[in-house]
Design a protein around this ligand. Sequence first.
Ligand code: ZN
Length: 158
Amino acid sequence: MPLTAFAREATVSVLINGKLEAIDVVCDPRNYGGDGQRFFLCATCSRKVQHLYLRDERLVCRRCASLTYASQHTKRRGLHRARDIRRKLGASEELLAPLPPRPRQHMAAAKYDRLVAQLVAAEAVIAAQLRDMVVRVRRRFEHDRHRDRDSNRARTAR
Ligand SMILES: [Zn+2]
């Protein structure tokens, strides 16, 4: 739904950990008169909502809040797993850092191979998550650009 479908009533500024966060309040006119119903706009998806939740120092709708939480949670879990495997290999804990050479001794080499296979899988998951994040940020950027363009058009049409 375009932003111009309802009147922007006000922008409320909230101070969160010393940072100013602007929240838009919009008003939906009621068909049968009256004052209209007021909603907040989610800072992330611009949905009209009655309640906002604090996530990453931003006030967002419940859906965005739970999405942020879930992705942070799995991201952290993946990073921990990769770090654990790297520690067992005696490698640097840094993501994608080079590994020590494969041992010559048969048993040690087999263990090394097993751990490297696990590490490749774990780091592939992290890489996919990072890729998704980039796509999401890009999509959000496109969305904002279109919204700005639409609201500019509405302003000049008046
Ligand atoms: Zn949202």
